[in-house]
Design a protein around this ligand. Structure first.
Ligand SMILES: [Zn+2]
Length: 362
């Protein structure tokens, strides 16, 4: 089948812009590259047609780009320009057949290129673009700050999603627990209270409510990420610490998880501190914006998208609750790993689907 000339130009533009973006080594400890890519994105948009606001918080640069005269876009595209660490050679894009290989090709410089081109080609539509440079480290200086300033109908993070629509992500809770016991010689443990045992008992109690999950499934999980106590085998430790990471679904909540922990430490000398918490990304059932995006994807990709869920958290969670909010993007592989790559045809289909959405709805 011969490809149509519009698609050929679009395909070349996506490959060229993605490749340019990949060459910036935008890792968290490289503030000059984070600034350079923000400047590059800024200069991509004509100031006559677009308002570009660029700012930095704690050295993390963000941009808000909207067509002139449109301050409250209906559709907000959400992208991050930072990537996780990689060797220098991984910042040189390599095309093999229908795939583009490099750090950030899938996560998410192809998605960023698609969003930039889409906005540039639609200067009269109620569409905006937010680009941040701290998503990989939690988004606290980028999306979290910006989410409080916008209430669009629909937020689409153009992250790779295999041309499906990610409609929910788990929430998370980080907990530190410190047990205080009583030290003594290990030959007469009855004279003391072992703080490590206290934490292990509490942990096993919690496991009854949050059991180990051995294969991918949509349920709460708990990871014991850090545990430490004692210095010597012949001393009963009087202090112990553990740090837990709990991921929860819509059947649970932060309050419910805290309730489980409270029950597990009841009557024990264990201090509990919340180190971090994040809400879920969640949407209403039968959300109109998501259904409409689904129609546009079916038209562009020739098949209906699946509505899927993700175990990890992304910047989109900051918009959850006030806007419909999803992730939708091309087919990608090997995220955060060697041989990361994005499928080029799927990137073209992503663009076409979003163009259809913008044409009809913005
Ligand atoms: Zn990402």
């Amino acid at each position: 089948m011969k490809s149509n000339p519009v698609d050929t130009v679009l395909r070349k533009n996506i490959i060229d812009l993605t490749s340019k973006l990949i060459r910036f080594k935008t890792c968290k400890d490289n503030p000059s590259e984070l600034k350079k890519i923000a400047d590059f994105i800024n200069s991509f948009f004509s100031p006559k047609k677009f308002s570009v606001k660029q700012f930095a918080k704690n050295n993390k640069h963000s941009l808000v780009i909207t067509p002139r005269g449109i301050s409250n876009p209906k559709l907000l595209l959400l992208c991050h320009a930072d990537v996780v660490e990689a060797a220098d050679k991984d910042f040189i894009p390599k095309k093999k057949g229908d795939w583009l290989f490099a750090r950030g090709s899938a996560d998410m410089k192809s998605g960023l290129a698609i969003a930039m081109l889409l906005l540039k080609n639609n200067p009269d539509k109620k569409t905006g673009l937010i680009v941040t440079t701290d998503e990989e480290i939690g988004g606290m200086n980028g999306a979290r700050v910006l989410a409080s300033r916008f209430a669009p109908d629909f937020v689409v993070a153009t992250e790779s999603s295999d041309l499906n629509i990610v409609v929910k992500e788990k929430g998370l809770l980080w907990i530190r627990m410190i047990a205080k016991g009583k030290s003594c010689h290990s030959s007469m443990p009855w004279k003391g209270t072992n703080a490590a045992d206290m934490l292990i008992d509490a942990y096993l109690e919690m496991r009854k409510s949050i059991p180990q999950v051995k294969k991918a499934s949509w349920q709460n999980t708990m990871n014991l990420g850090r545990i430490c106590a004692g210095n010597s085998p012949n001393i009963v430790p009087d202090e112990a610490e553990m740090v837990l990471d709990v991921r929860y679904t819509e059947k649970s909540s932060i309050a419910k998880i805290l309730g489980i922990i409270k029950k597990a430490v009841k009557g024990k000398n264990i201090m509990v501190a919340v180190l971090g918490k994040e809400q879920m990304m969640l949407n209403k059932k039968n959300d109109k914006n998501i259904a409409e995006l689904g129609r546009c994807i079916a038209l562009a990709a020739g098949r209906k998208p699946l509505l899927t869920s993700e175990h990890g958290a992304s910047d989109a969670r900051f918009f959850s609750g006030k806007s419909s909010c999803v992730m939708f993007g091309p087919v990608g592989k090997n995220f955060h790993a060697e041989k990361e790559c994005v499928n080029i045809s799927s990137a073209v289909k992503t663009y076409s689907a979003l163009q259809e959405y913008v044409k009809k709805n913005c």
